[in-house]
Design a protein. Structure first.
Length: 237
């Protein structure tokens, strides 16, 4: 048995006892995406961000396998692909973005999703790290921003290795961690090996030869995704 939800809103400064300006929004058992308000105009014009990539990724999921959404943001990949796999583990370290992810999962009535407010990285990164935030929508936040003029604020996040979770039966991984990809691979090598090197859909915003060399050295080949300037697929050779 699962719980359906409705949303109740009240004016910020109004008494909790007052119902004068209440809004009630009924949520049926559908896929619900909580999106940053600054993406509203983009959605109106284009629908979901990366919608074609999300649809393309559906073919890489298996109903009897686990999907890892590493750098889940507010959960567009998680929500869209949850019914294509047995379970989803969604990693999102930034606090408010993580809360939006959890809201999307709850309102979508997805019982096969586990949300984790954890960043993934290498053994050297384990512990509390400073996440540098450069936008109000939670996108592009990174451990690796050197231009301090772009940083709005910093937030303490916990970093663990993928291997520390001892996850099994992984069939597909999506990774979007803003230049921390190499460190996630380094911290998840045993997991990848134990899961027979699942396909990994990942972002690289630069020609990161160190990252590409590491991926190929552990047995993957890298395929450039057509129509996307910074997205790649790693699959076992």
């Amino acid at each position: 048995m699962s719980t359906n939800y409705f949303l109740l809103t009240k004016e910020k400064d109004e008494s909790i006892n007052s119902t004068n300006n209440d809004q009630i929004i009924s949520i049926s058992n559908k896929k619900v995406f909580m999106l940053p308000s600054n993406l509203l105009s983009y959605y109106v014009s284009n629908s979901l961000y990366e919608k074609h990539l999300i649809e393309w990724c559906a073919q890489l999921c298996s109903p009897d396998k686990v999907f890892l959404d590493i750098g889940a943001h507010t959960g567009t990949y998680t929500i869209a692909l949850a019914d294509k796999c047995s379970h989803v583990y969604s990693f999102e370290p930034q606090k408010m973005t993580y809360y939006s992810l959890c809201g999307s999962v709850a309102l979508s009535n997805l019982e096969n999703v586990t949300c984790l407010q954890i960043g993934l990285g290498s053994e050297e990164q384990i512990g509390i790290n400073k996440l540098k935030i450069i936008g109000d929508d939670g996108g592009c936040s990174s451990l690796h921003i050197s231009d301090t003029s772009k940083i709005i604020k910093e937030e303490d996040i916990e970093i663990r290795t993928l291997d520390s979770f001892n996850l099994t039966n992984i069939g597909f991984i999506k990774m979007d961690v803003e230049n921390n990809e190499l460190f996630v691979f380094q911290g998840g090598l045993e997991t990848l090996k134990n899961c027979n090197y699942p396909k990994i859909f990942f972002e690289s915003n630069t020609d990161n030869q160190e990252l590409f060399s590491y991926i190929t050295n552990i047995g993957y080949k890298i395929i450039k995704i057509m129509g996307a300037s910074n997205m790649y697929l790693a699959e076992c050779q």
